[in-house]
Design a protein around this ligand. Structure first.
Ligand code: BES
Ligand code: MN
Ligand code: MN
Length: 455
């Protein structure tokens, strides 16, 4: 291991240079005009992985963006097989004006790298590629069998990956899935995540009159679709911050006393949190702390609303239609399809007969909870200890990685969520960043992990 660490240190600059090449490719999966860039990023990564020493590196085309796959399976049958998962696609970059530097021209400043994809997820997935490359260079082999699958549609709901996994369960069969696509509790507090929230994403459209109408001539004589939509959505949460969809909480796993006590020991300051976010106070479901609310309780949030006149100045109209994008974060053991059905029924019931309501479910993914005492998590925990000299914190995460539920149900493999992002990394927002230290040390953590797992 000493030799590998020395080698990693000597290769620091090359690792960053290569990552920056990768980051410069604007692989935004959910915008049609970046389709070629997604392909380009997939090809770039495949070649990098091939050069790293992997066998059978190739792209699998899908109806959407290609999947990158590679393997190294010469460790022997008595050694476990790890499937490394990540995503090469990134989120859109608007509002562009708020970036301090170009989103796709990464820079280093204040001990961090800045640019779209630095944390989510190019920077993080690349740590594993480089760790495995250096191990192979120094040792001539890997301590365990490794398969790599990097997709290009995570930020768009992984719509074609589920099917790919179902059709290629043999190819992807493994003992553990290793994923670095989550955050630590805080800077300097190495953490391991054991649960992710799931998601149901819906779009609702209310249609009224056949055209926008003069709000003086017609206002008051008919239902305004924007008003209707607002009052419908207002009814979806009660005064205690609970979601009112019938049956929404049926399958929610309650927090037990042990877990709540564990969360309460995590260093968390309401004041710092408010300061970081620029808010006056936190708020949410009654009876829960901020950590509990965002990690272990389900939610319903509006992600966007569109209706009527949105330009400068005023225009007195009754808009012909109104729409909203609404997402629900789910916790174990809610089921994304079940919640989709329930929300659709509820929205139809809430709409008055004077308007037309259409509900479309855009995508979803199930919440997950993994064993905290499995061999994989223990190896991850030891790897973090080896590098940072402290006990990692066991945390849950409010965000979602939809495919993790599919790895569980189809491959019967638990995921090890060894993410190294930090609060303030601005993923999905302007000025995304990733601490250089987490990138460099993360490569070492990854290397340690594979050796710990082989023990
Ligand atoms: N890496 C994130 C998941 C995440 C979010 C981890 C926040 C840690 C903190 C992932 O890329 C992501 O953004 N997932 C989406 C999934 C959705 C688009 C289906 C999410 O959570 O919104
Ligand atoms: Mn991600
Ligand atoms: Mn993301």
């Amino acid at each position: 291991m000493q030799k590998i660490i020395e080698n990693l240190t000597a290769q620091k600059q090359r690792h960053i240079d290569e990552l920056f090449e990768f980051l410069r490719i604007p692989s935004i999966s959910d915008l049609e005009e970046y389709k070629d860039d997604c392909k380009k990023a997939a090809l770039w990564l495949m070649n990098n992985i091939k050069t790293a020493g992997f066998d059978n590196a190739r792209l699998y085309e899908t109806a959407g963006h290609p999947i990158v796959y590679a393997e190294w399976l010469n460790a022997g049958n008595d050694k476990p097989t790890v499937l490394v998962y990540g995503h090469y696609d990134v989120q859109p970059v608007d509002p562009l004006g708020l970036w301090y530097s170009e989103p796709f021209e990464p820079v280093i400043k204040d001990g961090k790298m800045w640019g779209r994809g630095t944390s989510d997820d190019k920077g993080q997935l690349f740590m594993h590629v480089k760790a495995l490359e250096e191990i192979m260079k120094v040792d001539g082999k890997l301590p365990v069998n490794v398969k790599i699958i990097i997709e290009g549609e995570e930020e768009a709901g992984s719509s074609h990956l589920d099917e790919f996994i179902e059709n290629n369960a043999e190819l992807l069969s493994c003992d553990y899935v290793l994923i670095s696509d989550t955050d630590w509790v805080d800077v300097g507090l190495p953490s391991i995540c054991y649960s992710l929230r799931g998601l149901t994403f819906a779009e609702v459209k209310i249609t009224g009159p056949n055209s926008d109408l003069h709000s003086g001539s017609y206002g008051g004589s008919l239902d305004n679709p924007a008003n209707v939509l607002c009052s419908m959505i207002a009814k979806m949460r009660d005064e205690y911050g609970r979601v009112t969809i019938p049956g929404f909480y049926d399958d929610v796993l309650d927090l037990d006393a042990d877990e709540r006590a564990g969360f309460a020991r995590i260093p968390f300051s309401e004041e710092e949190y408010c300061k970081l976010l620029g808010i006056k106070a936190t708020n949410g479901e009654f009876g829960y702390t901020s950590i509990e609310r965002s990690w272990a309780r389900p939610t319903l949030d509006i992600n966007g609303m569109t209706s009527g006149f949105q330009g400068k100045g005023s225009k007195t109209i009754i808009p012909a239609w109104a729409s909203a994008k609404i997402s629900m974060r789910l916790v174990p053991y809610q089921d994304s399809d079940d919640i989709a059905k329930k929300v659709e029924e509820y929205l139809k019931k809430l709409a008055p007969p004077t308007v037309t309501v259409e509900v479309e479910i855009l995508h979803g993914g199930n919440p997950v909870m993994v064993k905290r005492d499995g061999k994989g998590i223990q190896a991850a925990s030891q790897a973090l200890k080896n590098v940072f000299n402290m006990e990692p914190i066991f945390m849950r995460e409010g965000g979602s990685i939809p495919v993790v539920g599919v790895f569980q149900s189809v491959l019967k493999a638990d995921s090890i969520l060894l993410g190294m992002g930090v609060p303030g990394n601005n993923i999905h927002a302007p000025n995304e960043n990733y601490p250089l230290e987490n990138f460099y040390e993360g490569i070492k953590v990854s290397a340690h992990f594979f050796y710990e797992l082989a023990k």
